[in-house]
Design a protein around this ligand. Structure first.
Ligand code: URA
Length: 476
């Protein structure tokens, strides 16, 4: 039996290093006791330190497996290092298990990874810096944040990119990130620092007071989005009790000030709602487009401006399927005319793809209004299933020889497989109607990534589009 004690900082590197050495000696998962530094329980079993040289067996891994390990190792679940080792050990003889969403170990790791993702998201959204007295030309800031997991090392490079021109420290109970003179390093945890109130508190409060909409108070949703445990370190939350108390009278004021003119889109929407959906299956593309404009298969048409039907070359052998129209497409009535479309256009140009038909798994824009903005909401599987009637009709008319699925919703609509996209990206899967589907990222996902990750994802997307084009050429 070997024992590996993982340090609180540099945990992933230590795990990877030990796992590689153990695997290269063929050590099975039940031959290793993984524990974290300071976790105790160390004397229960006699155990050796892992071999410090690399053994004879080659160790295979994948980028997906390593990136899963990099996030899951941060999880506070004490089983995380052992589960990861189990997955890596299994990968040596079974390369497909991690891509199987029904596999219990894969599911468990995906769940832990999702929890880490959520924790990182909360840290990025809720860290509040206070300005500290400067000791040089750069401004200095400090923050205290209490994540659920030991994410300080993977979550803080985001702040280094975003606040590159100042020095800052983010202290957490699991470790401290310090960014000084453009260098980010990590230190063991200490007690919560004594941080002064500063002018940024007032700014946060002003901002929060402006975005707070008394007509949309939903306390449960608010607490789940911004859990109470973060409130004590967020200056703006001090305003919440007073704003809630005043909400009723503010709503009455807002009602009195309601505009008497309907918004510009309403005529088009009212006009459309008045026309019933035809009952026969359309026989031509024009008839299909007209029929889809009246679709009532799900509730999405009620808020959307119009149905966005596919566009492009109806004789093309290549079909590209996205998720749903965005704000710009909803207004224009054509797919991929907004920012995601620009990413797609550039990738297609780089991949030198030929003529194609571009459409979406769902033909209406799904959104949540926020002030004057309409915020994209992903469609549910039910909505995708309802809209598949139209996608199938479109596919029947176009008869593509190769299809590219952009993102998880399109991949689900086309293949029926709802598994996470990352392990599937770059692969080819059979469509429900039999043709090959090349799975790639959605361009909006590329837009959400930071620079380095976006470059990688964009390169992968171009490679996937090239692959689709090469398949078409090979088929003649
Ligand atoms: N995103 C999509 O999936 N489709 C569009 O048409 C635009 C953005």
């Amino acid at each position: 039996m070997y024992r590996v004690t993982l340090p609180a900082l540099g945990t992933f590197d230590a795990w990877r290093d030990a796992a590689r050495r153990l695997l290269s000696h063929g050590v099975p998962p039940d031959g290793v006791l993984w524990q974290r530094d300071g976790a105790g329980g160390g004397d229960l079993f006699a155990a050796d330190a892992p071999p410090d040289t690399v053994g004879p067996q080659k160790v295979a891994t994948t980028r997906t497996l390593l990136s899963t390990a990099q996030s899951v190792i941060c999880h506070r679940d004490g089983q995380a290092p052992a589960l990861l080792y189990q997955a890596l050990h299994r990968h040596q003889s079974d390369r497909r298990a991690m891509a199987n969403p029904a596999d219990p170990l894969t599911r468990k790791l995906m769940r832990l990874q999702k929890e880490i993702g959520r924790d990182i998201h909360k840290m990025h959204a809720f860290v509040r810096f206070r300005e500290l007295p400067a000791s040089g030309p750069r401004r200095r800031f400090g923050a205290w944040f209490e994540p659920d997991h030991a994410i300080v090392e993977i979550a803080t490079p985001f702040f280094a990119r975003r606040f590159a021109d100042m020095d800052w420290t983010i202290a957490t109970p699991q470790g401290v990130a310090r960014f000084q003179d453009s260098t980010l390093d990590f230190h063991p945890p200490g007690p919560p620092p004594d941080l002064p109130d500063d002018a940024s508190e007032g700014l946060w409060q002003t901002y929060f007071a402006h975005i707070f909409n008394p007509a949309r108070i939903h306390l449960k949703a608010m607490r789940s989005e911004m859990p109470l445990k973060y409130w004590k370190n967020m200056p703006e939350t001090r305003l919440i009790p007073d704003m809630l108390a005043a909400a009723e009278s503010r709503v009455a004021e807002m009602r009195a000030a309601m505009p008497s003119q309907p918004p510009a889109r309403s005529a088009r929407i009212l006009n459309r709602l008045a026309t019933p959906e035809p009952s026969q299956t359309p026989a031509t593309m024009g008839a299909a487009r007209a029929a889809a404009a009246q679709c009532r298969r799900c509730g999405l048409r009620e808020a959307a401006t119009q149905t966005v039907w596919g566009a492009g070359d109806a004789a093309a052998a290549l079909m590209i399927v996205g998720e749903q129209p965005g704000d710009a497409e909803d207004l224009a009535g054509r797919p991929f005319v907004g920012p995601a479309g620009q990413v797609l256009d550039a990738a297609m140009t780089e991949a030198a793809t030929g003529p194609c038909w571009r459409t979406n798994a769902v033909k209406h824009f799904k959104f949540k209004p926020r002030g004057k903005r309409r915020i994209h909401q992903p469609p549910t599987q039910g909505e995708i299933d309802h809209c598949r009637w139209w996608l199938d009709l479109e596919r029947d008319m176009i008869k593509p020889r190769v299809t590219v699925a952009l993102g998880a919703s399109a991949a689900y609509a086309l293949t029926g497989n709802a598994a996470p996209l990352a392990p599937r990206r770059g692969g080819i899967e059979p469509a429900r109607d039999g043709g090959p589907v090349v799975i790639t990222w959605h361009p909006s996902y590329v837009l959400r990534l930071d620079d380095a990750a976006a470059t990688t994802a964009r390169t992968q997307m171009v490679a996937d589009l090239r692959r689709a084009q090469a398949m078409l050429q090979a088929a003649g």
